[in-house]
Design a protein around this ligand. Structure first.
Ligand code: AMP
Ligand code: ZN
Length: 469
């Protein structure tokens, strides 16, 4: 398997630290609002990476945090007149609901920053003792960037360039910094903010330290993969490397993976620009499997532009797969022969070749776009070769393969009943509209489509009724 490593900017063969195991850390969201579909991209992408490793037989230890102490959470708490904890707990619960809707499996662990303060104090203390950090007079503790010779290796920046960028900028409140590049590990509390006791001052952690501490505690000093959106490369991940490698004296993560942005009108979707849709909003219009399918239709390192057209295309594409799987399930009940015929054996060889195509795409830095093309070819094969004359073995072979390869993408091939009911209702509404416009050809076409789905319509005085046959 090959993975594009941001650290080396090349695709590298995946070699785990421990054979058969993958230790993976993915930076999670800051919980002060419902997540938007930009935040959903890394969740879906890295959940798929995890599933594919498992498909290949690896045991994956997957850790993803919730940042539950942060300026934005505190601001929101003040606005609502509640404490920060109320805000973060509420949005963690909401985020978990969205994850479930998108079939993003819970991580092996979801640590919370506020529950890991002790570990952060320990790591900061170690960094001070080793000369990598210092406390300023006001109790702020800074990481001494110059003390870490590899600073910049992930983002491919050099310290001199960073230095010149800072020359003119003086930030009030940071007078105790030795160097403008130094970053905060611990900061003094402000009035009304949550705080913890520490040897330096009553205060709270900077953002970067939590991930170094949680990765160490739950996965160890060295991990295989560290991942997140590409906006995290600098400064967040660069700073995590500086902290972890200085504290542990070991290389931190072997592979750094970063997803490109989900854009809208070619600009990054973000809370601050206000150009976002929440996952919740999308769920009102679509089954969230459609969102998942849409996200995986592009390679994770390519920017992806969100649009209604692309969502509709994803809906139709997903529909084709689900309808094919449904038909195969029906055919299972009708098969007369048990064993493969000689023609079916030839078709089975085509199916095996398509499986190899799927795996080759996924082995090549998780190219889900090409893997989905292979899936579509399988659907085509199923639609053109499976019939009531097929053997049970052949129908099972097709169904199990399509089902499993969809599951690797986090797609369930059995439609949720509510989603299906909604789809039927929508089609009936469309047929009614067509009839009203006296477009009987379209109305008949829709009736035919419904019939294919096993839905029979009955036009009654009270309106259209439908039942499954
Ligand atoms: P945040 O809550 O802003 O820290 O973001 C949580 C995760 O979502 C991080 O991995 C970000 O890189 C990622 N993220 C935020 N916005 C986008 C976007 N528009 N496209 C892709 N990933 C994003
Ligand atoms: Zn992080």
């Amino acid at each position: 398997m090959k993975i594009f490593n941001t650290l080396t900017r090349t695709k590298e063969e995946f070699v785990p630290l421990e054979p058969g195991k993958v230790k993976m850390y993915v930076c999670g969201p800051t919980v002060y609002n419902l997540i938007h579909i930009g935040n959903a991209r890394p969740m879906i992408v890295f959940d798929t990476v995890r599933r594919y490793f498992e498909y290949k037989g690896y045991q994956v230890d997957y850790v993803s945090n919730f940042t539950d102490v942060d300026d934005k959470i505190i601001k929101k708490a003040i606005e609502e007149g509640v404490d920060a904890d109320t805000i973060s707990k509420r949005y963690i619960a909401e985020c978990k609901k969205d994850m479930e809707g998108m079939n993003v499996r819970p991580a092996t662990r979801h640590p919370l920053a506020t529950e890991e303060i002790c570990g952060m104090l320990d790591m900061i203390q170690t960094l001070i003792e080793k000369g990598h950090a210092y406390a300023a007079e006001d109790g702020t503790v800074y990481f001494r960037v110059k003390s870490f010779k590899d600073y910049g290796k992930l983002s491919h920046k050099n310290l001199e360039d960073l230095q010149s960028g800072f020359r003119e900028i003086k930030v009030t409140g940071e007078e105790g910094k030795e160097d403008p590049n130094d970053f905060v590990l611990w900061k003094p509390k402000k009035e009304g903010e949550p705080y913890w006791e520490s040897p330096w001052c009553q205060g709270r952690p900077g953002w970067h330290i939590e991930c170094s501490v949680m990765a160490k505690k739950y996965l160890g000093d060295q991990i295989d993969i560290h991942a997140g959106g590409e906006d995290l490369i600098f400064p967040h991940h660069e700073n995590e490397i500086a902290q972890s490698e200085s504290a542990n004296d070991k290389p931190f993560a072997t592979y750094w993976m970063h997803n490109a942005f989900l854009n809208i009108d070619n600009r990054k979707m973000s809370k601050s620009l206000g150009n976002f849709f929440t996952v919740r909003e999308i769920s009102e219009k679509y089954d969230l499997q459609v969102l998942r399918f849409f996200m995986l239709s592009a390679h994770y390192r390519s920017p992806l532009n969100f649009s209604a057209d692309l969502m509709e295309a994803s809906k139709n594409g997903l529909d084709r797969i689900l309808t094919a799987a449904e038909r195969l399930r029906e055919l299972k009940g009708k098969a007369k022969e048990e064993k493969l015929s000689s023609q079916e054996e030839e078709n089975a060889a085509v199916l095996a070749a398509l499986t190899e195509k799927y795996e080759a795409a996924m082995d090549d830095d998780f190219n889900t776009a090409d893997a989905i093309s292979a899936l579509f070819e399988m659907v085509k094969l199923a639609n053109s070769t499976a019939s009531e004359e097929s053997s049970l073995a052949y129908v099972n072979l097709l169904l199990e393969k399509i089902d499993m390869l969809c599951q690797v993408m986090g797609i369930l091939t059995e439609r949720k009943k509510e989603a299906l009911d909604q789809e039927v209702e929508d089609l009936i509404a469309k047929r009614q509209a067509a009839r009203k416009e006296r477009n009987f050809a379209l109305a008949d076409e829709i009736r035919g489509k419904l019939l294919e789905m096993g839905i029979v319509l009955e036009d009654t005085r009270e309106g259209v009724k439908w039942k499954r046959v």
